[in-house]
Design a protein around this ligand. Structure first.
Ligand SMILES: [Zn+2]
Length: 482
């Protein structure tokens, strides 16, 4: 297909993107190359992590690039639910608000519940106003592209590197659209095993067991598609040569995939996905929270996150500060301290979820980033206090990790659950200029190395609403003098 680009719109939007933040040299030109010369498939569900690694752009900058590109209208964001079993993109939504974490894969005949850190992928597709690609209109695709590029995910691979689409392609016996009213016949050789049929447009499936002695000559088998179902949906066939006839008795187009699995068939190991941008990573990215403020999570149950690191800060004796220098001055100082902390969080791929009074709640992908940020916060506040002769602003920081539920509170994505409660209580036990972390945070790879120059004191505490004592590691600001 000829590439048609809306030059005027592209030029204007690229200028907007250029101005949105400072980019490293060549980032925008590489991005423009993709839009101008990439084939249709390379502009469909782009994985920013992959684009970054292929073009020498850091992960954080590549994510920012596509988030800003979405904001200015160059790309559209896709929230996809991936099937853990078969690599099928089960559902895709343009916004987080439509995402439901409960889903059903028709191909696997199984229900799944996705968490933000596993099977929820965020990818980006070129905006049709900038450049139209065939994938904007999936019904225009060839049947091969429809199944192997649109239905199945780009990144589903087996441990030996084989892509699921390549495995499925080897098993295909019949692959066809079936227009309303259409009859089609296919002559195929069917050995013993299983025949699995799947109509991806109508979510209809059928299963034939191929067993017994092979029959000579050509056998006939016909199937009718009526009221959204193929009949017969189940049958036993003898192995041999067949003419399969399909008749579409509905007003809907069918897209039929018939695959044959030999009796001794097994997949080359467990399916996994190449690294992609997870829903959790997006929600813990400050740029996303800044640009897409109104993105909300639907429903009251929220969406689970299996593992997230939560950091709370608060100010030591802020009432004394307000009393000492007056409300206005104190407020200005507190605002400055928010700005400083926000920059530190942003630098280490975290996001501020909210501020509560003089306190901050921030989330991170892992404890290493969170502890790194906490140390950076103490350091920055020390320098801040040096330039200010009045009352010191002293931080008390707490960090904990665990599972949580992402929900919408006050129209913003927020987190809920025991991990949040414990993080907040761990923070409350901290003294001025001190970081308190739970054992899970302390035990995370790299954290002890980060803390090797600091005094770490192990304590135990009973937290309100938490059963049993928990271990708390208290990190003092002052580095140990060697
Ligand atoms: Zn599946």
């Amino acid at each position: 297909m000829e590439i048609k680009i809306n030059e005027k719109l592209l030029g204007g939007k690229l200028k907007e993107l250029q101005k949105a933040r400072s980019w490293r040299p060549n980032v925008i030109s590489k991005f423009e190359d993709l839009i101008r010369s990439g084939d249709d498939y390379s502009l469909f569900r782009v994985n920013p992590l992959k684009f970054g690694s292929e073009n020498g752009i850091s992960e954080q900058e590549a994510i920012d690039l596509f988030l800003y590109a979405t904001m200015v209208g160059l790309f559209e964001m896709n929230w996809q639910l991936l099937c853990p079993g078969c690599g099928d993109v089960v559902e895709s939504f343009n916004t987080l608000r439509n995402l439901d974490s409960q889903y059903h894969c028709n191909l696997c005949q199984k229900d799944f519940e996705a968490a933000l850190d596993d099977y929820i992928e965020v990818s980006f597709t070129i905006d049709p106003r900038i450049r139209e690609i065939a994938f904007h209109n999936p019904q225009s695709l060839s049947i091969e592209d429809y199944f192997f590029k649109y239905v199945f995910s780009h990144g589903a691979v087996y441990p030996d590197g084989t892509k699921i689409v390549d495995v499925v392609q080897k098993l295909v016996k019949i692959l066809t659209y079936l227009e309303p009213g259409e009859k089609k016949e296919f002559e195929v050789e069917i050995p013993t095993g299983f025949l699995v049929g799947y109509d991806c447009i109508n979510h209809a499936e059928f299963l034939f067991n191929v067993t017994g002695e092979p029959k000579p000559g050509i056998q006939r088998f016909s199937s009718k598609f009526v009221e959204g179902k193929y009949s017969p949906a189940k049958d036993e066939l003898s192995p041999g040569r067949y003419v399969f006839g399909f008749e579409n008795h509905t007003n809907e187009r069918g897209a039929l995939l018939l695959i044959h699995e030999p009796t001794d068939y097994s997949t080359p190991g467990r399916l996994h996905y190449e690294p992609f941008l997870t829903g959790k990573k997006v929600l813990t990215t400050q740029t996303f929270r800044d640009l897409f403020r109104s993105e909300i999570i639907q429903g009251t149950e929220g969406i689970g996150v299996k593992d997230i690191t939560i950091l709370f800060t608060d100010l030591k004796e802020s009432t004394a500060l307000y009393d000492g220098i007056g409300d206005l001055k104190a407020f200005a100082l507190v605002r400055q301290h928010f700005d400083i902390l926000g920059k530190v969080v942003n630098m280490h791929s975290g996001a501020i979820v909210k501020t509560i009074g003089d306190a901050i709640m921030a989330t991170f992908l892992n404890p290493f980033d969170a502890v790194n940020v906490a140390l950076g916060m103490l350091h920055k506040m020390e320098r801040f206090n040096q330039g200010f002769s009045g009352k010191d602003i002293k931080l008390k920081i707490g960090i904990h990790k665990g599972s949580s539920v992402a929900v919408t509170l006050n129209d913003r994505p927020d987190y809920f659950g025991q991990t949040v409660n414990i993080s907040s209580r761990v923070q409350k036990l901290a003294d001025a200029d001190e970081i308190n972390i739970s054992h899970d945070v302390y035990a995370y790879p790299g954290v002890q190395e980060l803390l090797k120059d600091f005094e770490v004191v192990l304590g135990k505490a009973n937290l309100k609403g938490v059963q049993g004592e928990i271990q708390i590691y208290k990190i003092k600001k002052t580095a140990v003098v060697p």
